[in-house]
Every structure is written in structure tokens, then in C-alpha cells.
Design a protein around this ligand. Structure first.
Ligand code: HAM
Length: 419
């Protein structure tokens, strides 16, 4: 028990961390190019923030939140997603008073008490971006383009972008009623979750994965035929901007998404080869959310990508992320005074921006050469008592396999010129 991480969580080990930080760097660089700025919000928030924004009737709020009372009896929740916190910060720091849009991105752990399986964890990590203050369909296209560019930079080109419009508070209630009217007679054929969705949010019945529910919903007309004229035009414009940016897409009229704050655009990026947890990322527009959280009406649009799923997808297509390991110097020493001088030398190298390592176990030269190999050293410096006395050091090139003796005092300069 003590030596096992809690169910649904995992360690990201050395070797994996390099891949993670490579993906983070891709995302950070892209966001910079798109003029999105990083925000870091707390890991926990007031529970009410999520119940109000994500929606009381969603699975996330109803079943999956890590909620607890702190010692002051406040109800707090480990964030299950990043949008609500970003909206809260947008309001708290009066970002609406700046020139709009406000474009933000984030990266970090999220928590959902979900049933763990491949690609589904209780602590997982999202890369996300949110743009506030513009209802323009251009910014929907921009946000989708940013997400797709990220996948492209990670080497995932076989993904499918599914898009839909979920309407707005003007046209959605009518469609909801229409669904209820049509499904009334089949109510008992629905799964237990969908039977309660029938009351609370019948739209979500449309994207239930259970076969019985799928069959029943075949009779429901598409939401796209029930949108008001504003929503029809907005959706058409988003699609046209996607075409302009040469982004392939598939309209999926059943796409609803599991969070209640969406209006108009909803989208998901899916890896069809990935089994049941195939959604690598998703997002959409949420023009009512800032108001729900206590601000004045402010449109918004964003997405989040699940990093664990990106890595799973890369693994499935046997793609390796290209990242360069930092070349490293290994200082092999023989004897106590050489070892002390070696410690001084690795410190000097490190302070000059050169990655360096030495032995601390008093190992034999042969063992130290093996260790140099293990740490991926491109060059090894060998310092024995004899060299130390002469003020020299041996510089061995591990790739070429040759070595030469150089002045100890000049070694830093030589390495700087070489690397
Ligand atoms: P979401 O669809 O709930 O949207 O999550 C986005 C992504 O996070 C999913 O596509 C998936 O890759 C990953 N994800 C979700 N749950 C898990 C889990 N249990 N284990 C591993 N990965 C998971 C949101 O969270 C919205 N906040 C997105 C958004 C931003 N909409 C507008 N702005």
C-alpha cells in the first residue's frame, strides 16, 4: 500500500518526463506565436465554481469531483478542468477591463473520480487555451487551429476533428422539448443515466455510447435543423474559416460534450484508432459562462487536450517524439585529490552551462567509463593524481574513440569551443 500510488494516478518517470516537457514546450511556443499568455491557477477552488459552471447535472459534478471540507468548513474541490478557474481569474483580476480579447493558456493536473482504464486517470494533465471577449467565429477557428497545430507538431496527423453547434439559450430549449416529445415513448429503453438525463439534459442522450440509447436516438432530428438564425450563421462562418485555414473537419450532429457551459461551437479531436477513450481534446464556445460566474456578458471559446492520451496515441502509432538529449561531460577521477579537483571542475562546468557529472563512489576507471556511457556522455575528462600534478587532463571523445592530453586550466575554454 505504502509503495503504491493511489488508484488512477501515476508517476511520470525520468525518461517519460523528457517527452512531457517536449510536448509542453511545443505547446508553449505555439501559444506564444498565437499570442496566448500563460496563467497558473490554484489546484483547488470553491466547489460552487465548478457546480455552477460545469453544471450540477453533469457526470463531472454529480459523480466525479474530489470535494472536501477544509478545517474552516469550506467546501473545496480539486479542479476537474481548467476553464472555470480561468473564468474566475479573468473576473477576479478584472482582465475584462483590458483591451479584448484576453487570450490565456494553461497546463496542469486535473482530477476526476473516474473509473481508471487505458487513457483514463483520476489525476490527468491538460494543456488548454481560452479566449475571452470576442464572439467572432474567426476566434473559434483560431482556437481550433491552435489545437490542430499542436497535434501536428507532436507528429499526430491522423486525427479527426468533429464539430457541431449546440445552439444557444434562444434555440436550445425548443430542441430539448422536441427530444423529450420524441423519446417519451421510449423512455424505459434508455440506460439509467439517460433516464435521468431525460429530465435534466436530454441533449446528452444524443451522445450516449450505449447501443440501446443510440438506437432510440436515431429518430431524433438533428440539432442543426433547430438552430436560430444567429447560430446557423455562426456555425456556417466557423466552418468557412476552417476551410480557409485548410483544416479538415467532420460535422457530427450528435456531438454534445459532457460540460453544460457550451453554446454554439462544440468540437472534439478524436483518434479513431484509440479504443473507447479516443478523445484527445475538446472544447467549444461558452458565451454565457462569464455571466454565470458573476461577470457581465462576455463571450468565450477554448479547448483542452489530455496529455496522457496524446502520449498513448503516439505510442500506438509507434512515433517517437524528437527531442535532443543534452550532451554531457563525465569527469572520471582517480585518487582523493583528483576527485576533489573533479568536484570543483564539474561545478565550474555546470556554472558555465555545460551539463556535467562525476563519480561519487570511488569506482575504478573501468566502472567510471561504464557510468559515463550510462549518463550519455559525449566526452569524458580523465584526471589522475599524475595528470593533476602536471596540470593536465585527458579529454576523451566517446564517439570518435580518440583522446588527447590538454592543459587543465584550458579545459573549460576547449569544451566551450567544442560544444
Ligand atoms: P473535456 O472534454 O472534459 O473538456 O476534457 C478535455 C480532454 O481532457 C479530453 O479530451 C481528454 O483528452 C482529457 N481527459 C478528460 N478526462 C480525462 C481522464 N479522466 N483521464 C485522462 N484524460 C482525460 C474540458 O475539460 C473543457 N474544460 C475543455 C474546454 C476548454 N472547453 C472550453 N475550454
Amino acid at each position: 500500500m505504502l509503495a503504491k500510488a493511489p488508484r488512477g494516478t501515476r508517476d511520470i518517470l525520468p525518461g517519460e518526463v523528457e517527452e512531457w516537457s517536449t510536448l509542453e514546450t511545443f505547446f508553449r511556443n505555439l501559444c506564444k506565436n498565437y499570442n496566448y499568455r500563460e496563467i497558473r491557477t490554484p489546484i483547488f477552488e470553491h466547489t460552487e465554481l465548478f457546480s455552477r459552471s460545469v453544471g450540477e447535472d453533469t457526470d463531472i459534478v454529480g459523480k466525479e469531483m474530489y470535494t472536501f471540507l477544509d478545517k474552516g468548513k469550506r467546501s473545496l474541490t480539486l479542479r476537474p478542468e481548467g476553464t472555470a478557474s480561468t473564468v474566475r481569474a479573468f473576473l477576479e483580476h478584472k482582465m475584462y477591463a483590458q483591451a479584448q480579447p484576453t487570450k490565456l493558456f494553461y497546463f496542469g493536473p486535473m482530477f476526476r473520480y473516474d473509473r481508471p482504464q487505458a487513457g483514463r486517470y483520476r489525476q490527468f494533465h491538460q494543456l488548454g487555451a481560452e479566449a475571452f471577449g470576442s464572439a467572432s467565429p474567426e476566434i473559434d477557428a483560431e482556437i481550433i487551429c491552435l489545437a490542430m497545430d499542436f497535434f501536428q507538431s507532436a507528429g499526430l496527423n491522423q486525427l479527426s476533428l468533429e464539430i457541431n453547434s449546440v445552439g444557444c439559450p434562444q434555440c436550445r430549449p425548443g430542441y430539448r422539448e422536441e427530444i423529450r416529445k420524441i423519446l417519451e415513448k421510449n423512455r424505459r429503453d434508455l440506460c439509467p443515466d439517460c433516464q435521468s438525463r431525460f429530465e435534466t439534459n436530454p441533449l446528452r442522450i444524443l451522445d450516449c455510447k450505449i447501443e440501446g440509447c443510440r438506437e432510440v436516438t436515431l429518430q431524433v432530428p438533428e440539432i442543426l435543423d433547430h438552430l436560430c438564425s444567429y447560430c446557423v450563421q455562426h456555425f456556417e462562418d466557423v466552418i468557412n474559416f476552417l476551410k480557409l485555414l485548410e483544416i479538415s473537419y467532420q460535422v457530427n450532429p450528435k456531438l454534445v460534450r459532457g460540460l453544460d457551459y457550451y453554446t454554439n461551437t462544440a468540437f472534439e479531436i478524436v483518434d479513431t484508432g484509440l479504443g473507447s477513450q479516443n478523445s484527445l481534446g475538446g472544447g467549444g464556445r461558452y458565451d454565457g459562462l462569464v455571466e454565470t460566474c458573476g461577470g457581465s456578458a462576455t463571450p468565450g471559446v477554448g479547448f483542452a487536450i489530455g496529455l496522457e492520451r496524446v502520449l498513448l496515441s503516439l505510442e500506438q502509432q509507434s512515433s517517437q517524439l524528437e527531442y535532443t538529449e543534452e550532451s554531457r561531460i563525465f569527469v572520471a577521477t582517480l585518487g582523493p585529490s583528483a576527485s576533489a579537483r573533479g568536484l570543483q571542475l564539474v561545478t565550474e562546468l555546470r556554472r558555465n552551462g555545460i551539463a556535467a557529472e562525476k563519480d561519487y563512489q570511488d569506482r575504478s576507471l573501468k566502472a567510471q567509463m561504464k557510468q559515463a556511457d550510462r549518463v550519455g556522455a559525449a566526452k569524458v575528462l580523465i584526471l589522475g593524481e599524475e595528470e593533476l600534478e602536471k596540470g593536465k587532463i585527458v579529454l576523451r571523445d566517446m564517439e570518435k574513440g580518440d583522446q588527447r592530453e590538454v592543459e587543465l586550466e584550458e579545459i573549460l575554454q576547449i569544451l566551450k569551443n567544442d560544444l
